[in-house]
Every structure is written in structure tokens, then in C-alpha cells.
Design a protein around this ligand. Structure first.
Ligand SMILES: NC(=O)c1ccc[n+]([C@@H]2O[C@H](COP(=O)([O-])OP(=O)(O)OC[C@H]3O[C@@H](n4cnc5c(N)ncnc54)[C@H](O)[C@@H]3O)[C@@H](O)[C@H]2O)c1
Ligand SMILES: [Zn+2]
Length: 375
């Protein structure tokens, strides 16, 4: 399991969802095929590219050229970068622009960007003309291994993150891994937390491979492509089993109950990126599992050691600025969607690669655990 697997051909992962099935194409340079793939799926269709200013600077010209080369007419809709873009005003702006550009029912929306653009463009596409097709072209590691796959789209509300949205599966995902060459290392590391998550959920061999090969994954090349392909395969399998998150898909929330509370406490800001919060949340979920006697302390330690090695935060004290208070964290967790009548649903673990859904965790146990961690 130590040699990086070479991908001579781009990898293709199929998401099996009946008539909503689609492919995820993974490999370097694949954006050059964007136009031909769209033309093959929707002959004669036009495309509207939704992207953010930062991604536009790096990759919009190449996307437009790929469309033009295949004779696909395209329009561009550029929004500001950042989490604040997942908002009602931006939904209105994108929907209006799609209509102004005369994007019709048989045309396609191309979401070119990270999770912010993917979630916003996907939601705008879901509601414009009662549903336009979307091609996701993820440009962050997080988006390539997680947000572009599975059809969750949406925006944030004053009441919390991702509270308004729709399930709207893409018709194609093109994960051009070379687009990650321009991604800042901190953003790459944040996405890596979600990659490690797949190993921790149910693939101990993949986690061990990451421990041995993470430097090559960060350096780019075949190891990076391999890690992305394994992650997409894992996500595709879970989504195919449970599209609407009534069962197994909840496993993808490993690290997210603790993580979302910390992310909110840090104000959804640059202090703590989503993936960084997930890394911290995963470490806490393993430490909590060890405290409950479910997992060996050595396993929890191994998880923390690996995430710290790649430069992710693993202790609450790693968050810059004021330390969140116990009451604040508990209130934030109680607000989370995963709470039912004072009992919390957590994803806990019996070890590496052995995560499970614990639907009935006592809030008192969590308070005691957090108090210890904050001390
Ligand atoms: N729909 C889902 O299933 C799902 C799953 C996980 C996360 N999400 C959402 O995804 C969002 C986070 O996504 P993200 O981490 O991709 O953040 P992001 O979209 O904000 O991108 C991070 C930053 O990187 C920049 N960037 C993107 N691609 C780049 C590139 N190739 N080169 C240089 N800069 C680039 C962006 O402009 C942005 O400033 C959150 O809103 C989260 O809720 C959704
Ligand atoms: Zn996440």
C-alpha cells in the first residue's frame, strides 16, 4: 500500500442514482474536454459559467476556450470569493444573470470553483426555470473530493450555515486535478481533512496509505490523483446508498458536529477554515470515543498525530484569537441540525476505519468532555 498508484488514464467514477446517475472524471488537464463532454451530453446546448473572481483570474480563460473549441456558446457570471457569497442576494444575482443570458431548459450551468461556487451555482440552477442542468468543475481539493459530488446545494441563512437549499445532482463532474496547482497550501490542507475522513470512516488501509504518502499527495502528481479518486469513489458509494442522508450518508459528518460548533464560534472566518474545523472535530470525535471506552487511546493519538503532521489544527488552542467558551460551544451544538430532544447524534469510532452513527449521545457527557478540553 506504499507505492503511489499511477493513473495512466483519467479515472472515472460512476455515481449510480438511477436516472440521476452521472460520472466524475478525475485527472490532470481534463478541463480541456469540458466543451466536448457537454456537447456529447447536450448537443447544441449553451453554457453559463458561474465562478468567483479569484478562480476567474486563474482558470476562466481556459474554461471558455475549452467550450469555444467544441462550439459551445458561453456566458460568464462572476461573483466575489468567500463564504459570504452563499447568500440570498447572490442567488438573486445569479438567477437574474442566467435569465438575462437566455439560458434555457436544455442549456447547462457550469460551476467553476470551490464549494462556495458549487453550492451557490447548484442552488441557482435548481430553482431557475424549475431546474437547469449543472456541470460541476471543482477547483479546490475540498470541492473535488466532497462538495461537487452528491447533489447538496444551498446557501447560508442568518440562523446558520447551509439552512436553505435543495438536492440537485449534477449531470457531470470534471475534477481536473491540475487546477489544484494554483490553490494555496492552507486551502489544500483544509481539503485534505476531508480526504483523511474517508479513511477514518471505513477504509483503514487508505488511512495508512495517507500516513505513508501524504507528502506526495501535497506535492501533486499521481499520488494526489489517486487520493482524489479513492475519495470520490467512497463518496459516490455512500451517496448511491443514501442520497437523502437518512442513513449511511450521515457518516460523512464525522468530525462535523464538533467542527461546525468551532467554525461558528470562530465566526465562519479566516481564523478557521471549514476543513480545519473538520480536522479539529475529527480529533475531538476520536478523543471522545476513547473517553467513552469505544476506541483505544493509541488510535485516537494516531489520528491526531497524522493531521498535525500535515499542518492542520488539532487542539482548540490552535485556533487563533479568543478561545470559545463552553456555554457558547454547547449552545452552538444544540442548534445544529443533528440534535433531537437533548440527545445528540454523533459519528463516533471504534478505531481507524471503524466509524459508526451514535444517535443517542448524552449532552452531559459532551459538556464534561468539552470542559476538559477547554481547561
Ligand atoms: N455541497 C456539499 O456537499 C458540501 C460539502 C462540503 C462543503 N461544502 C461547502 O463548501 C464550502 C467550502 O468550499 P471550499 O473549501 O472549496 O471554499 P471556497 O469555495 O471558498 O474556496 C476557497 C478559496 O480558494 C479560492 N480558490 C478556489 N479554487 C482555486 C484555485 N484553483 N486556485 C486558487 N484559488 C482558488 C477561492 O476563490 C476561495 O477564496 C463551504 O461553504 C461548505 O459549506 C458543501
Ligand atoms: Zn465538510
Amino acid at each position: 500500500m506504499t507505492a503511489p498508484v499511477r493513473l495512466a488514464e483519467p479515472a472515472n467514477v460512476h455515481v449510480a442514482l438511477g436516472e440521476r446517475s452521472y460520472d466524475i472524471a478525475i485527472g490532470p488537464g481534463l478541463m480541456a474536454r469540458l466543451g466536448s463532454r457537454i456537447a456529447a451530453l447536450r448537443p447544441g446546448a449553451a453554457a453559463a459559467i458561474v465562478t468567483d473572481e479569484t478562480v476567474a483570474r486563474h482558470h476562466l480563460a481556459a474554461a471558455e476556450a475549452a467550450l469555444a473549441a467544441a462550439g459551445v456558446r458561453s456566458a460568464r457570471i462572476v461573483v466575489p470569493p468567500g463564504e459570504a457569497t452563499k447568500s440570498w442576494p447572490m442567488v438573486e444575482r445569479v438567477c437574474d444573470a442566467l435569465l438575462a443570458e437566455k439560458i434555457e431548459r436544455r442549456d447547462v450551468v457550469v460551476a467553476l470553483g470551490g464549494g462556495v461556487v458549487g453550492d451557490l451555482a447548484g442552488f441557482a440552477a435548481a430553482i431557475t426555470r424549475r431546474g437547469l442542468d449543472v456541470v460541476q468543475v471543482p477547483t479546490t481539493l475540498l470541492a473535488q473530493v466532497d462538495s461537487s459530488v452528491g447533489g447538496k446545494t444551498g446557501i447560508n441563512a442568518a440562523q446558520g450555515k447551509n439552512l436553505v437549499g435543495a438536492f440537485h445532482q449534477p449531470m457531470l463532474v470534471i475534477a481536473d486535478t491540475a487546477l489544484l496547482d494554483t490553490l494555496p497550501r492552507r486551502q489544500f490542507a483544509a481539503g485534505y481533512a476531508e480526504v483523511a475522513k474517508y479513511g477514518l470512516i471505513d477504509d483503514a488501509a487508505f488511512f495508512a496509505w495517507l500516513e505513508a504518502n501524504w507528502r506526495d499527495v501535497f506535492a501533486g502528481g499521481p499520488a494526489r490523483d489517486h487520493a482524489i479518486a479513492v475519495s470520490c469513489r467512497a463518496k459516490a458509494a455512500i451517496v448511491a446508498r443514501d442520497e437523502r442522508e437518512t442513513g449511511d450518508r450521515q457518516l460523512l459528518n464525522l468530525g462535523h458536529t464538533f467542527g461546525h460548533a468551532l467554525e461558528a464560534a470562530a465566526g465562519f472566518s479566516d481564523r478557521l477554515l471549514h476543513g480545519e474545523a473538520v480536522a479539529l472535530g475529527i480529533v475531538l470525535a476520536y478523543a471522545f470515543s476513547a473517553r467513552l471506552g469505544l476506541a483505544a487511546a493509541a488510535e485516537a493519538e494516531r489520528v491526531a498525530t497524522h493531521l498535525a503532521a500535515v499542518g492542520l489544527p488539532t487542539r482548540i488552542a490552535d485556533i487563533p484569537g479568543a478561545t470559545p467558551g463552553l456555554d457558547q460551544l454547547m449552545a452552538l451544538m444544540a442548534q445544529d441540525k443533528k440534535v433531537k430532544r437533548g440527545r445528540l447524534t454523533f459519528i463516533l469510532a471504534r478505531g481507524i476505519g471503524r466509524s459508526f452513527i451514535a444517535p443517542d449521545v448524552d449532552a452531559g457527557e459532551v459538556t464534561a468532555f468539552f470542559a476538559e478540553k477547554l481547561a
